[in-house]
Structures are given as C-alpha cells and as structure tokens.
Ligand binder design. Structure first.
Ligand SMILES: NC(=O)C1=CN([C@@H]2O[C@H](COP(=O)(O)OP(=O)(O)OC[C@H]3O[C@@H](n4cnc5c(N)ncnc54)[C@H](OP(=O)(O)O)[C@@H]3O)[C@@H](O)[C@H]2O)[C@@H](O)CC1
Ligand SMILES: Nc1ncnc2c1ncn2[C@@H]1O[C@H](COP(=O)(O)OP(=O)(O)O)[C@@H](O)[C@H]1O
Ligand SMILES: [K+]
Length: 504
C-alpha cells in the first residue's frame, strides 16, 4: 500500500473528482458517511458529540458528520471557526444542509470563543484541519487545541489530528497538536502515523476507503509503502518434489561469545525454521557443546578462541552469512569482524555487535560490501548516523546511509522499515510490543540469513523476513500474550507463520 504525502492526497481527491465522475461534495458525503459509521460503531446516543470544525474541507467533513449524527438522533453541538470570513465551498454547502435539517446547536466562532465545558462522557470530533494544514498552529487555534487536549473527553480526529503535518514534523509545535484517541484517516494512512513519537497524538487509527482513484494511486510516485500480505505471498518460492538440501543453500552464522551462547541458539533455530538447506554455526569453543545439544540439525565450527570470535571463517562453501548476534565487542572480535566483512563476497547480514563494531571503527564502514543487509534497532543505527531528534530525520539519514553504502537497512521496531539503496522505504505491518524482549532481533537475523542462502534477493529477504518474523510474533502473542512472550516463542510460531503464508 502506498503512503502519499498530504499534497498528493489533495491531488488524488481532485483527480478522483475529475476522472471518476463524482462531485467534490459527494466525495465529502462518502467520507462523512464512513466517519459517521465509525463513530456510531463505537459510541451510543448517551454521549454528547461536540464537533469543532475548521474553515476548509476538513471542517466540511465535520459539519456533514454533525448532520448525519443529528439525523440519527445523537445529541450534537457544532462550533465552526470562521475567523477569516473565508470558508471552502463544500464547507459552506454542508453548513447550509445542516441548517436545512432543523439543526440549532450551531455556533459560528468569528472572534470570541465561549468554550463549552467538556466531560469525560463527551465525544469531541476534531475537524479543524486536515491535509490542508500549511504551517504549525498558533494563536487562537493553538488555544483551542490546548483546551481540547486538557479536557477529559474522548477525541476523534478526522483525517489527521489537527496541527499534525502528514510527514515531517521537525519544526512543528507539539503542544499545539490535537491528541486524538482515534484518528479516522481518509483515503490512505499518513507517514506520520508510523512514527513512535506520534503515538500519543494519533492514537488508534483506521483508514476509511472513500474510493480514491486507483489510477492516480498506481501512478503516484512515493518513497514510502506499507507491505501487505498480498505483496509477500508471491515472493515465496514453492519447493519442488525432487528438491534436495543442496537446492536451499548452506548458511553460516557467526555468532555467540562467552555468556551469549543463547543468541547463537536463537538465530540458528530461526534459520533452520526458515528453510535453509544446511546451516553451520561459527562460534567460540565455549559454545560448542551448547550448540551441538540445542541445535542438533546444525554443524558447529569452532573458532580458534575459547570465548570470543577471533579469526575470520572461510566462506567458500556458503551461500550467505549472518554476523553479529551475541558476538561482544572485544578488540580481537572487532578486528575479525572487519576482516571478515571486508573480504566477504557472498550475501551478508550484519546485526547487533557487528554494527556496533562498525560504529566504533567508523573508518571501516566503506569495507561493507554493496547489497549487505544491516539490521539495526534505533540505538544501533544512531551509533552510526548520530542522534536524531525525530523519526523523519532518522529515516532521512538512514536513507542517506543506505545510499552511500549501497546497502539495505532494516530499521527495527514497531513498523520496522526496510530501506533500499535507492531510498524506498517499505514499512512492515506485522509484529507487536510483546516482541520488545531480548533475542527477538537474533531470530530475525537467522530468518534473513536463511532466505539469502536460499537465493532470495536482498530486498525479498528483508521484506519477507521482517513480515514472517512479525507474523510469528503475532501468532506467539495469541498463544502466550504480550507480557510472557519471549524470543523462543517467535521461533516456535514460525512453522505456523510460514504455513499461513503458503496455504492457498
Ligand atoms: N472533496 C475533497 O477534496 C475531500 C476532502 N476531504 C477532507 O478535506 C481535507 C482537506 O481539506 P482542505 O484542503 O480544504 O484543507 P483543511 O485541512 O481543511 O485546511 C485548509 C484551511 O485551513 C487553513 N489553514 C491551513 N493551515 C493553517 C494554520 N496553520 N492556521 C490557520 N489556518 C490554516 C487554510 O487557509 P489558507 O492558509 O489557505 O488561507 C484553509 O482555509 C482532508 O483532510 C479531508 O478531511 C475529504 O472529505 C475527502 C473529500
Ligand atoms: N513494539 C514492537 N512492535 C513490533 N515489533 C517489535 C516491537 N518491539 C520490538 N519489535 C521487534 O523485535 C525485534 C527486536 O530486535 P532487537 O531490538 O535487535 O532485539 P535483540 O537485540 O534483543 O535481539 C525487532 O525485529 C523489532 O522489530
Ligand atoms: K482533523
């Protein structure tokens, strides 16, 4: 699913009106009908609905919703802010329609706003500003936002929380943005919804499909996409009847150190559950027995060192290598990692300590071969690119890094984003907060390494790997709940995740 900018969303509305023989006012009526349904589904008529409408089409939506709720016998009150004396045509039409159905609780605010007292039982509909916001809110509008945020009422924002820009909020004023409990987004989701710092502004969100022109969406250029199951399923190659293990690659995981043998176990088990033909684990001597016992399907190659990775492995016999889980950052390990990476000519995944080592030895970043997959969480990424003050800045800098190294970056978290060397950002929708627990990332490295070994391209391995990892996490959550979920549960759920993605 594409994510469009607010400017494109406006163009999409105009294109739909021009090419799909629908009048602008009727598109708004469609939006208002869906908004009303979503509100009625959640709240019954015992709640007073207080609607704040702005001067543009976001306000037009809100006034249309007021009429529909009124006709359903909800108790509705409308405050329309008309401080410049300039209302959009569709907003004016909806004000007229509201009056025509005998509605009387309508207040037009031109200068002085006598704010109603809001209670916890009231529902506020925020239709002040949507995708037409062109600068941060200030003055009277900022005061209205602060008053809404200070109230105990539940807040439903139409399209976007008023004051929030759809993409970049680096220069926005946070206190002057509505804090919604629910955002009902019209058409497509906005990029800003996927950023952790906006969670308390956007609340729970839902997209309402008003029938925006598919033709426009298909042709619209965007760097931001949300991966869907329908994008993932066709990527999976079915196994042939006469297949043998040699067809599915030999993967190598360079993982584990003294005290972190568990990372090796987790990544190896996940790798084996994701279809790799053969797996070898290169690990310090101290982990030999652990791995032979816990992961009997894998071969174990001992490093020369008792406790740490110290000498690069020979890569001739492998189709992919994953380096970094639980390696530690001893000096001897750092040198071995850098040498291993520099000389690597097969598909490569770098995770955890391998990334930390490159952030310490930054001059060696250029040794990372083209097309390598880097799988940092925010902390690991910022050790490389520097501290960022918001997600938009972080993603922009990560795109620059992916471009300069010609690598793939899998920036992990809720809405893990796969960034390609060309700067496309694929957001992954699966996964849940139960996965915020030690070892979850090791599982992902194992999965991606398995996919690379099987011959999936880097982009496919990143998208498919993050999707199935999150899906397994969601299946595990259904079984054990978010609080009890541990990394091993994600591995145990991998068979069901893979099965669900391959069944007809
Ligand atoms: N038929 C359709 O097209 C459909 C549209 N839809 C709905 O329309 C919404 C977009 O409507 P929109 O384009 O009219 O923009 P909107 O967000 O209402 O704001 C524009 C107004 O705000 C003003 N303004 C801006 N920034 C400001 C600021 N900081 N402080 C103060 N004022 C500020 C700006 O004034 P200006 O700066 O232009 O003088 C202008 O008056 C979209 O989110 C969706 O809800 C859906 O119903 C689907 C069908
Ligand atoms: N709130 C969340 N929602 C979805 N996925 C999450 C969430 N928190 C963590 N995850 C996933 O769990 C994994 C955690 O990885 P990481 O932080 O590297 O853990 P570790 O280093 O302990 O293995 C990532 O794949 C991340 O996307
Ligand atoms: K709004």
């Amino acid at each position: 699913m594409k994510i469009l900018t607010c400017t494109q969303q406006k163009e999409a509305d105009e294109y739909t009106i021009a090419h799909n023989s629908i009048l602008s006012i009727n598109l708004m009526e469609k939006a208002a009908t869906l908004l009303t349904d979503a509100i009625c589904k959640r709240w019954d008529k015992s709640h007073r609905i207080v609607i704040f409408a702005g001067p543009g089409n976001n306000g037009g939506d809100a006034v249309a919703v007021a009429r529909m709720l009124h006709l359903k016998s909800y108790q509705v009150e409308v405050f329309l802010f008309n401080v410049t004396g300039k209302l959009s045509d569709d907003c004016l039409t909806n004000i007229r329609r509201l009056h025509e159905c005998g509605f009387t609780s309508y207040h037009e605010v031109t200068s002085q706003f006598d704010a109603p007292k809001l209670t916890a039982h009231d529902i506020v509909i925020d239709g002040l500003f949507g995708s037409g916001l062109n600068k941060p809110l200030s003055g009277g509008f900022a005061a209205v936002v602060k008053y809404i945020n200070a109230s105990a009422a539940k807040v439903v924002s139409i399209d976007v929380p008023s004051g929030l820009m759809g993409e970049d909020n680096s220069y926005n004023i946070r206190q002057n943005i509505v804090q919604a409990d629910i955002t009902l987004s019209i058409g497509l989701p906005k990029l800003a919804f996927l950023f952790p710092e906006n969670e308390e502004l956007v609340g729970e969100w839902e997209v309402l499909d008003i029938g925006i022109s598919q033709e426009y969406i298909e042709n619209a250029e965007t760097r931001y996409l949300i991966t869907e199951e329908k994008d993932i399923r066709p990527l999976i190659t079915p196994r042939h009847k006469f297949a043998h293990k040699g067809n599915y690659g030999h993967g190598l995981l360079i993982t584990g150190s003294y005290g972190m043998g568990g990372a090796a176990v987790l990544s190896a088990r996940a790798c084996l559950r994701s279809g790799v033909g053969l797996l070898t684990i290169h690990t310090p001597v101290c982990n030999h027995t652990l791995l032979q016992t816990c992961v009997p399907e894998a071969m174990v190659e001992d490093d020369v060192h008792e406790r740490f990775f110290a000498e690069p492995a020979e890569l001739d016999n492998y189709q992919a290598v994953g380096i970094g889980c639980g390696l530690g950052q001893e000096e001897i390990t750092a040198q071995a990692v850098i040498e291993q990476v520099r000389d690597c000519e097969i598909p490569l995944v770098l995770d955890a300590d391998a990334l930390n080592i490159f952030s310490t030895y930054r001059n060696n970043l250029s040794y990372i071969p083209k097309n390598t997959i880097l799988t940092p969480h925010i902390g690991e990424l910022e050790r490389i690119i520097g501290r960022c003050s918001n997600s938009y800045e972080r993603i922009s800098k990560a795109k620059d890094l992916a471009n300069s190294l010609q690598c793939y970056i899998v920036l992990k978290g809720a809405w893990t984003v796969v960034i390609t060397p060309e700067g496309l950002c694929h957001f992954n929708p699966t996964g849940n907060p139960g996965m915020a627990t030690g070892g979850s990332g090791d599982v992902l490295t194992g999965i991606i390494t398995a996919l690379l070994a099987q011959g999936y391209s880097e982009e496919e391995a990143c998208k498919l790997g993050t999707y199935v990892h999150g899906l397994a996490g969601d299946i595990a959550r259904n079984k054990v709940g978010e609080i009890s979920l541990k990394a091993g549960d994600i591995i145990e759920a991998l068979p069901e995740a893979w099965k669900s993605l391959t069944k007809n």
